[in-house]
Design a protein around this ligand. Structure first.
Ligand code: SF4
Ligand code: SF4
Ligand code: SF4
Ligand code: SF4
Length: 396
């Protein structure tokens, strides 16, 4: 692959041919605000037409032919020798290109472009110049029925829109927002959808359609208004697999996991392997006060590329802290299970297995084990138990 040399804010960066300026900057750790592009999504140069759903008298008519997606227009940059302010997410790097990401002219234009994005979003806290003073009262003013600002929002302090607004800055001319008054959708099993907080960036739609190949959500025209939503009244009816990819890319509190809705910011992340199957997805476990509060699929350099299935995404926190979780071996004695040590349990199993001939033993392995565990199971069966009677539940 041909490599291209560019300079971004004076830093020399080398990127593959075909890379966008935004991707090259991200790879070098240089921040450019962007609310519609995301590292887990295909490049913004390849935005596929969205599924558009029309609701009303004509029930759920789907059409994949339309859309002129313009994006957030926040990743503007200046490039020496190029007129205007091109978007970094659609501009390909060329040899010797010199890029500037943060000049007064760029920031002014970004502020202008941010205004329509937050004109229907609770923006009072974003524009308030005394927002730091809220800290002592935060505990008592959160969990409001209607989210009218960041201090009332479960996404507060872990919100990409907040970060972007802080980086770009807002000015006094930001218009007061128009509250949509949409009822929050609370019927889904793993996350809440509050489209009053949606900025229509379409990240969730692209994650579902272009990454997961699912199209459970789309741009929805309802009562003459365009919003984002499920294709059918519920996500389940829309064919959602509850993989959570949409939640992970959402830059606002519009999509919020039930399990950690009011947990706030994690104190640290620990990378671990999902224990549910042999695929071995890498997850960033979110930890707070020595408790697991969430799991985020890891992106860079791992096979699952920022994706997980419903088990890895939503199934870990609950079982790790479940009061009925089995943590020690149990041995049935006198008709009831009793706690035992590992030595005791292993000795019992070894003694029982030793009482049979190899041809009387069969071992069934499981897709819920890792590849390594399945390898050890077959090795143990063949080399220790002396039989080839080893099979796997996936073949049933
Ligand atoms: S989604 Fe973000 S910007 Fe919007 S109210 Fe919540 S914390 Fe504030
Ligand atoms: S959870 Fe997965 S399948 Fe369901 S809407 Fe989100 S991205 Fe699509
Ligand atoms: S729900 Fe979130 S990801 Fe989807 S369009 Fe709205 S803000 Fe963007
Ligand atoms: S259970 Fe799901 S998230 Fe976990 S390793 Fe398997 S595919 Fe990945």
């Amino acid at each position: 692959m041909e490599r291209i040399n560019v300079t971004i804010d004076g830093t020399k960066v080398t990127a593959d041919k075909g890379t966008t300026v935004l991707e090259a900057a991200r790879s070098a750790g240089i921040y450019i605000p962007a609310l519609c592009s995301h590292p887990h999504l295909p490049s913004s140069r390849q935005v596929e037409p969205f599924e558009v759903v029309y609701r009303g008298k004509e029930k759920y008519k789907n059409d994949k032919s339309t859309n002129e997606f313009e994006g957030c227009q926040l990743c503007l940059v200046q490039i020496d020798g190029m007129e205007g302010l091109p978007t970094a997410c659609t501009t390909e790097v060329t040899e010797g290109m010199a890029v500037h990401t943060n000049t007064p002219e760029i920031q002014h234009k970004r502020r202008e472009n941010l205004k329509p994005i937050i004109s229907e979003h609770p923006n009072v806290c974003l524009v308030c110049d005394r927002k730091e003073d809220c800290d002592p009262f935060r505990g008592s003013i959160r969990k409001a029925a209607v989210i009218t600002g960041c201090e009332f929002c479960p996404n507060n302090l872990r919100c990409e829109l907040q970060e972007v607004a802080a980086y770009i800055g807002t000015d006094e001319s930001t218009p007061p927002y128009e509250y949509r008054g949409l009822p929050a959708v609370k019927s889904d099993p793993f996350f809440e959808r509050n489209y009053n907080l949606c900025i229509a960036c379409a990240r969730c739609v692209r994650a579902c359609q272009d990454v997961r190949g699912n199209s459970a959500i789309g741009l929805v025209f309802q009562d003459g208004k365009a919003i984002v939503g499920s294709k059918a009244p519920t996500l389940e009816e829309s064919g959602c697999q509850f993989c959570g990819a949409c939640v992970d890319v959402c830059p606002t509190g519009a999509l919020t996991e039930w399990i950690n809705k009011w947990e706030g910011v994690a104190e640290k992340q620990v990378v671990s392997t999902c224990p549910y199957c042999g695929v071995g997805c890498q997850l960033e476990l979110q930890i707070k006060k020595d408790r697991l509060i969430g799991a985020t699929p890891k992106g860079d350099g791992v096979p699952n590329k920022g994706q997980a299935c419903v088990k890895g995404k939503f199934g870990i926190v609950e079982y790790v802290h479940h009061p009925e979780r089995l943590k020690v071996p149990l041995i049935r004695k006198n008709g009831s299970f009793q706690e035992a040590s590992w030595d005791e349990a292993l000795e019992l199993v070894a003694e029982r297995l030793g009482s049979f001939s190899p041809s009387e033993i069969g071992v069934i392995s499981s897709a819920k084990c890792t590849n390594e565990e399945n390898y050890v199971a077959q090795k143990f069966t063949r080399a220790v138990l002396g039989t080839n009677n080893i099979d796997h539940c996936a073949r049933l």
